[in-house]
Design a protein around this ligand. Structure first.
Ligand SMILES: [Fe+2]
Ligand SMILES: [Fe+2]
Length: 265
């Protein structure tokens, strides 16, 4: 059974087409999903079925794959009890919220970076290059692209709430262009101005997404769509060959630098 849990769902459905019908009965529509790289264990986890239904579903799938055999189904993971006032996100939305956490750690450092701006030394210039790279590569090309190219497509893109999000992303890109120009001119004042403006913009933007947009989207997505999103996000991660480690190291180094020298802040 453990080996089965680690199999890709497409592979299972190809071999045992009846599994698709069983998943459908539980509102899990893996069949039409064109990505389909999720493992069976992910499918079970993502859809967060009540424990008894999860066991029932797994028993039915095992019955098709191992007919006539008495297969022991592993107990589902203990689901965390709900904490009052804590927002519960679906797994794909939680990924975006986790990406926000890393972005927020960077923007929290921006005031100290601006206060100590050094566009003359190699080290000072590298810090700014790395900071802007994190905005362009991680926050924009990776995270915002997941939102714009995948998540937002599930909703009416002309709706006000999404228009506001698009405008914020566009405004952020404008600040980055201005930062790069100021960096080339060694114009500290303008660079600092746009770094701080970007920080203010993203702080509000992330708050809107975490507290309003994502919970609303979660309420309006079907379980099938949540599964599709999870699969598509995993596809983006694989295609980009992306590891946030580089940015995590950058943030940790800066946090250490500024925390060790509090008078800099
Ligand atoms: Fe966004
Ligand atoms: Fe976001």
């Amino acid at each position: 059974m453990e080996a089965l849990l680690k199999k890709g769902i497409k592979e299972i459905i190809d071999q045992y087409p009846d599994v698709e019908k069983i998943l459908d009965d539980y509102g899990i529509g893996c069949g039409p999903c064109s990505v389909g790289i999720c493992q069976l264990k992910d499918i079970v986890d993502i859809h967060n079925l009540p424990e008894d239904q999860e066991q029932e579903l797994m028993q039915k799938i095992a019955g098709i794959i191992y007919p006539g055999q008495d297969i022991k189904i592993p107990a589902g993971k203990k689901k965390a009890p709900a904490v009052a006032d804590e927002i519960k996100y679906s797994p794909p939305m939680k990924q975006l919220v986790d990406e926000h956490v890393l972005i927020k750690r960077w923007i929290a450092l921006i005031p100290a970076v601006v206060k100590n701006l050094d566009l003359e030394s190699g080290e000072g210039r590298q810090l700014i290059r790395d900071g802007i790279d994190m905005i362009q590569s991680y926050a924009d090309r990776y995270h915002h692209a997941k939102e714009e190219d995948i998540l937002f497509k599930y909703f009416d893109e002309d709706s006000e709430i999404l228009q506001v999000m698009y405008e914020d992303h566009t405004a952020g890109r404008g600040h980055v262009r201005a930062m790069l120009e100021a960096f080339d001119r060694k114009d500290k004042a303008t660079l600092g101005e746009h770094l701080l403006a970007y920080r203010d913009l993203l702080t509000e933007h992330i708050k809107k997404e975490d507290e309003v947009l994502y919970p609303w989207m979660d309420r309006n997505l079907s379980t099938t769509q949540v599964g599709e999103l999870f699969s598509k996000f995993s596809g983006v991660d694989e295609k980009m060959g992306f590891s946030p480690d580089k940015y995590l190291k950058f943030i940790e180094k800066l946090e250490k630098q500024f925390n060790d020298q509090e008078e800099w802040v």
